[in-house]
Write a protein that binds this ligand. Structure first.
Ligand SMILES: *[C@@H]1O[C@H](CO)[C@@H](O)[C@H](O)[C@H]1NC(C)=O
Ligand SMILES: *[C@@H]1O[C@H](CO)[C@@H](O)[C@H](O)[C@H]1NC(C)=O
Ligand SMILES: [Fe+2]
Length: 206
């Protein structure tokens, strides 16, 4: 172990002497820039959407963490919301990659994304969390529609982005909303006839 550490240190020192502060100190070369042609309002819209997805991811993380408490112990809900949190984060990073693909990723990430404060951290039961989740998805869906409107029309005509948003993002949103609505209906039916036991069984089945 010590030997390994020592050789790592030696390597690090050699590398630092060879390459400076591990930074790319070469100048950015001059190349044609006209391929970078996204328009400001559309870029701003994408950046806004990235934050929207990250906010949703944090909200879901808070939901997952709440239901994962040993004092709440609803493993099905916890797993469901942790999975949603992961999906939202992926939606955010896919859009970061999209900006990169269009040559529009110019800021460091802390200028692009701020860590959100999650307004709600506790839920009275599973149904109210699913209701919040559905509201959250409605908000995200509206935001995607608005982004599509911003980017589709003249003078932007960002067909490729709009196609991606419609075919991938909206597709997932609409199915996701339907799934949440269905789950909420089932849960409420089970709870209206069996109360807590209904929620317990629903959680087992999630
Ligand atoms: C982020 O980018 C700015 C320039 O846009 C730079 O001054 C700053 O050092 C970078 N790093 C951090 C951690 O903010
Ligand atoms: C994200 O959440 C923060 C609160 O932490 C809020 O100020 C911001 O407006 C939200 N952004 C979006 C795009 O929803
Ligand atoms: Fe999303």
């Amino acid at each position: 172990m010590m030997k390994f550490l020592a050789s790592f240190l030696v390597l690090a020192v050699v590398a630092q002497q060879a390459y400076g502060d591990f930074k790319c100190s070469l100048e950015v070369p001059e190349i044609p820039k006209n391929w970078i042609d996204m328009k400001d309002a559309c870029i701003a819209g994408v950046r806004h959407q990235i934050q929207e997805e990250i906010n949703a991811s944090y909200q879901y993380l808070a939901m997952g963490a709440y239901f994962a408490r040993d004092t709440v112990n609803r493993g099905g809900f916890a797993e469901h919301f942790f999975k949603s949190a992961k999906e939202e984060r992926e939606h955010g990073s896919k859009l970061v990659e999209y900006l990169s693909m269009r040559g529009q990723l110019t800021d460091n990430v802390s200028n692009l994304i701020t860590v959100p404060t999650v307004p709600k951290q506790e839920w009275k039961d599973g149904a109210s969390a699913l209701e919040d989740a559905l509201e959250l998805e409605i908000k995200v869906t509206r935001s995607i529609r608005k982004l599509i409107q911003t980017c589709e029309g003249k003078p932007y005509n960002h067909y490729h982005l709009v196609d991606y948003l419609t075919g991938v993002y909206l597709e997932e949103q609409l199915h996701g909303q339907r799934e949440l609505a269905g789950k909420l209906t089932t849960l409420k039916k089970m709870m209206s006839t069996h109360g807590e036991l209904g929620e317990f069984l629903f959680d087992k089945n999630l």
